[in-house]
Design a protein around this ligand. Structure first.
Ligand code: HEC
Length: 151
């Protein structure tokens, strides 16, 4: 008769739980169609990935990850020169406002890097909220308009 010892059973059970947790995690990940390199969309998709990592790190108070993810946001790549030219031409006077939103996100991210090194979760949380506020403020004012310009 074929017998399975308890350790093997426990191991298999853990494996199954692990697998289903992984499947669930991939279901909960927001999927976007990969944007063209150098486009503003591809920059934004990078920001989304970094923000997802940052959110998890802030909530688990993982200062190493906070520093890393915040640094990715602070030093995010710029869209290509061609994209920036198109944007500047179409936005004209609005460009200052657009840039101001970008600065809010940038400064908050720089502060989070610094405060992660100090392991100060209170200050990090304040800047995290400011940063998300910056993402949302720019989207509500410019996202659909710019989306049309860059299409
Ligand atoms: C200065 C303005 C501005 C700021 C700040 C900003 N965004 Fe965006 N975001 C845009 C614009 C404009 C688009 C639309 C781009 C397009 O459709 O070509 C966009 C689109 C996106 C998209 C959709 C990408 C896609 O594939 O359709 C995501 C995700 C995103 N932003 C995430 C973020 C996150 C996260 C932050 C903050 C960390 C952020 N954005 C901050 C202007 C901004």
């Amino acid at each position: 008769m074929f017998t399975v010892n308890n350790n093997v059973l426990a191991f298999l059970l853990l494996l199954l739980i692990g697998l289903s947790a992984q499947l669930q995690a991939s279901d909960n990940t927001i999927q976007v169609n990969k944007a063209e390199q150098g486009s503003l969309k591809s920059v934004m998709q990078g920001l989304l990935t970094a923000t997802q990592a940052l959110t998890a790190a802030v909530l688990t108070e993982d200062f190493v990850m906070i520093e890393k993810a915040a640094k990715n946001i602070a030093d995010h790549p710029k869209p290509s020169m061609a994209t920036r030219m198109k944007l500047m031409k179409a936005m004209a006077a609005d460009m200052t406002k657009f840039k101001a939103n970008d600065d809010v996100v940038h400064h908050a991210a720089v502060n989070m890097v610094k405060n992660a090194q100090q392991q100060n979760i209170k200050l990090i949380t304040d800047d995290f909220q400011k940063m998300i506020g910056g993402c949302i403020a720019c989207h509500s004012e410019f996202k659909s308009k710019v989306s049309v310009i860059l299409k």
